[in-house]
Design a protein around this ligand. Sequence first.
Ligand code: F0G
Length: 350
Amino acid sequence: MTEGVLRRYAPYLPVGPGTPMISIGEGGTPLIRSRRLEKRFGCQLYFKLESCNPSGSFKDRGMVVAVAKAIEAGSRAIICASTGNTSASAAAYGAHCGLDVYVVVPKGNIALGKMAQALTYGAKVIQVQGNFDDALRMVRALTDRHPLTLVNSLNPHRIEGQKTAAFEIVDDLGDAPDQLFIPVGNAGNITAYWRGFVEYFDAGKAHVKPQMMGFEAEGAAPIVRGQVVEKPETVASAIRIGNPASWQKAEAARDASGGIIDMVSDEQILEAYHLMASEDGVFGEPSSAAGIAGLLKLTRAGWSFAGKRIVCVVTGSGLKDPDTAVRYSTVSLTEIPAKLSALERALGCG
Ligand code: F0G
């Protein structure tokens, strides 16, 4: 049976005798080596496939800890604001544990697969006529007044759980990589990875700490621009965020690691999205392509990554956003009659 994050990393997590050791199979995700894309960069490129978590994104690592701690504290109901993946994950773990789940999402701006998940897992889905930042502001105010457990990454247990992805990378590679390329939205994940790498370094499990290379979307880049973005816009709906909750922590991770937080355009995100899938067989959602988009951008700007060991985090599955996949497809469909001769003609061998 799969161990799950709570059991596997118990010594590093806030678990005690009263913590329910729940799991629906999160963590233990594949770290795979690029075969084709890495040749453009002259580096060793690995993908951490967080899309292989049970609800299809990295959120499950943090959610399992947040939900276990909520149950331990006697809570019966959880709530989050979300661009989609946090809500899918909260809905999954809430269902597994019989909790009431409320998810507050920006109307019209969450990917179809994520909505399908939240609904099917049985969460109460509330669509706000506003963006993610509005939803988060409302949910924070609500949980100050009512006995619902907030499971956004403001909940410290979320970050604790998410840091285990860094542990797995070190466990798999035998040390930390030189650099970690990662999308930045609400900025919890870059914060969590950095914490994980630092803790493993301090525990003597790693001999180096990686540079954190975070990427926001150009139309939703408050950290890069140094100011709140009132109306964030990007094709990568998961990171369409104008006022990240973990803003300062992400800057601290960037600075302590000697890394950067930069931004990539929608065009660069979609180029990377297609390249990851068509050259390496890695189908991430658009937000998950921000890391590779950043690597391409910096390479074109003259940066050298030759000889470096780089991990790129694929944060969520491409299947979550089928609309974007179809809308921006670069391949045309061919339709033929059900005849062998027509098939031969279509393939150019007739
Ligand atoms: N990639 C994906 C697929 C995401 O869903 C998110 C965030 C990020 C990257 C950025 O991570 O917020 O920790 O910087 N999704 C949140 C949500 C906001 O509500 O699902 P971050």
